[in-house]
Design a protein around this ligand. Structure first.
Ligand code: WT7
Length: 589
């Protein structure tokens, strides 16, 4: 690979060597050629779909591999306390069968919603696939969520059962009374003894101890819902983007050609949590539909921990996020030299724009560039990406996956020529594209127009067909790869007794891409002070989630509003960033 250079301040194209010189031949050897002949249906055929019980992601990912794959490690688990566990596909088949029986005993039937609110522990993966076997629609929740965030999601989805842990259940307990449809709570008592379950609770290990290892996976059709992830928009609370079992066709294909798995030898590490779509589509469905060994690390981020982990497990394919890469860059190039990372073969990133410096840094310290991938909760699988065989333009998201049509449209819905900025749209052709927003089908339908799916992003495409991310077309904030809707944070803010009104913006940040900044006005009788500001910030942090609280908060006399009473977030943002205020003709006096 040639050394990256800058030409007149621009990053030069990083040319890939001929694929025949690769130690392991990539599955995609010629991007253009593959685009010509690609058909999703052929991917379904390769996956041997449909199978005897239709299309079920658990059957495909866990149960139904050839014998030599079934004895392979599926999950290498490394605990926060450095304890280790290994599960082969056979082990996962047995455990997920047992868990499916546990859920069936609790009355769970096809179509019921079952949510998981767990740490990154093996039982999280077991519960998810056990649930899929029953035909339930699974909803994984991020373990950092506070009561408010949990309540919104369980209420909207009408979840019947939640699987949580002794450590996390307090946050659920505080809102359980407000969830009349939540019948039972399964409590994971991992490492804890002596926990006495309440009447509505079932202890995980007790129930699993007596559950049968035999289970016949419920028949599911390609279009049956399998999993839902809540994602933020500009208005309203987060919406449940629901996916179908057939999504596995896209997860399988993209895992093969983009993650470029070689299942016999790969050790793959996806750093995302199962509470987010990357953690399921590529922490579970992608690798396991391919029979690939996947590493799960329960612990948090530190440069030393991460490098040591990759050295010790001989990780070959690493899928991570720009924020993490920037933090590693900050930790310095020196620390990398303490570890043997020669096993690394392919590096990828998702979640936010990957700055060109980070792409090039990968090449400097690991001898491999980071391959940026663009997609969303709604797309269910990678859509615009960089491929092992294709030259990388640092800073570009890459080109549409074969089988994906992407374009940039103007305000009138016309396709724009190269170089012009507009709305990033896709033909909703990939098997993984979401099938509804739960209970909000109108909103779902509103995302499609003239045969295009509107992603909510702005982009441009260059003469060579590479896509470049410009920004969001809406007010949604991307903080360290997590989307946060301003309304969600504002709702939590106004629940504080001192807060009269609130508005929230994303403020550019070198490490996290954006941080959340709040502006609040106080109710009569409250005095602004640093202590009150801190109190309000912490209030949101504990109720919503650590990543969704405002790191900065200003108390102002009143918020700028339109005459119809809508808070003008854009004006606050312009003022904060010292930018032109734009059209303020609708501003109230
Ligand atoms: C939004 C989707 C599915 C991955 C996890 C995030 C932004 C995502 C990139 C990228 C620039 C990116 C977009 C997108 N985004 N990947 N490679 N370059 N921006 O899923 O929470 O649904 O967020 O994240 O704005 O629409 P999500």
């Amino acid at each position: 690979m040639s050394q990256a250079t800058t030409v007149g301040g621009q990053y030069a194209v990083i040319e890939k060597p001929p694929v025949r010189s690769f130690a392991l031949a990539p599955h995609m050897t010629d991007y253009e050629a593959m685009c010509q002949g690609f058909q999703w249906a052929n991917m379904a055929k390769e996956l041997r779909l449909p199978r005897a019980n239709g299309v079920n992601q658990a059957t495909i990912c866990i149960d139904d591999h050839p014998p030599e794959v079934m004895t392979r490690a599926a999950l290498l688990w490394h605990g926060a306390d450095n304890s280790k566990e290994t599960y082969t596909f056979n082990d996962l088949k047995r455990e997920t069968n047992k868990f499916a029986n546990v859920l069936t005993d609790l009355g769970i039937q096809k179509g019921d919603r079952v949510f998981t609110f767990l740490e990154r522990v093996p039982e999280h993966y077991i519960a998810l696939f056990g649930g899929l076997k029953t035909g339930a629609v699974m909803g994984p929740l991020f373990s950092a969520f506070g009561p408010e965030a949990i309540k919104d999601r369980l209420e909207d989805s009408d979840a019947k059962v939640v699987v949580t842990s002794v450590a996390l259940k307090d946050r659920l307990d505080s809102i359980r009374q407000e969830l009349p449809n939540l019948e039972r709570v399964i409590v994971l008592d991992r490492g804890q003894t002596g926990y006495e379950p309440e009447a509505h609770e079932v202890l995980y290990h007790q129930a699993m101890a007596t559950a049968s290892e035999d289970y016949t996976v419920v028949q599911t059709d390609p279009d049956d819902y399998s999993i839902m992830h809540y994602t933020s928009g500009t208005t309203g609370k987060p919406k449940g983007a629901a996916h179908r079992h057939y999504a596995v066709v896209a997860q399988y294909a993209t895992a093969k050609y983009i993650l470029d798995f070689h299942p016999e030898t790969d050790i793959y590490w996806c750093t995302a949590d199962p509470g987010w779509v990357t953690g399921t589509s590529y922490g579970m469905f992608g690798p396991w539909s391919q029979g690939v060994t996947s590493l799960v690390y329960e612990g948090g981020f530190s440069a030393d921990n991460w490098y040591k982990l990759m050295q010790d497990y001989k990780v070959t394919v690493w899928y991570t996020a720009p924020t993490a890469i920037r933090m590693l860059m900050k930790a310095g190039d020196e620390v990398v030299t303490n570890y043997d990372l020669s096993s690394l073969r392919h590096l990828l990133s998702v979640g936010e724009p990957l700055n060109p410096e980070a792409v090039v840094w990968g090449q400097q310290v690991f001898g491999k560039v980071f391959h940026d991938t663009w997609w969303q909760t709604e797309t269910g699988a990678m859509h615009i990406c960089n491929y092992p065989c294709m030259d990388v333009k640092p800073g570009s998201m890459g080109k549409p996956f074969p089988g994906v049509t992407a374009a940039v449209l103007d305000d009138e819905g016309k396709v724009l020529p190269p170089g012009e900025e507009g709305y990033l749209v896709l033909k909703p052709e990939a098997p993984s594209i979401f099938r509804t927003y739960w209970n909000k089908d109108d909103l779902y339908q509103s995302r499609f127009k003239d045969g295009w799916y509107f992603t909510g992003d702005k982009a441009r495409v260059d003469e060579d067909g590479y896509f470049w991310f410009i920004g969001r077309a809406d007010d949604v904030i991307n903080t360290a790869g997590h989307l946060v809707g301003p309304f969600e944070v504002e709702s939590a803010l106004v629940e504080h007794p001192a807060v009269a009104e609130a508005a929230v913006i994303g403020k550019p940040d070198p490490e996290r891409m954006e941080i959340i900044k709040a502006f609040v006005s106080l109710k009569v009788g409250f005095e602004a002070s640093e202590a009150l500001k801190d109190e309000i910030k912490q209030f949101v942090r504990t109720r919503l989630a650590a990543h969704a609280y405002p790191r900065e908060l200003d108390i102002i006399d009143s918020l700028p509003k339109t005459r119809s009473g809508k808070i003008m977030r854009r004006l606050l943002k312009a003022r904060e960033l010292g930018l032109p205020e734009g059209d303020t003709s609708t501003l109230e006096d």
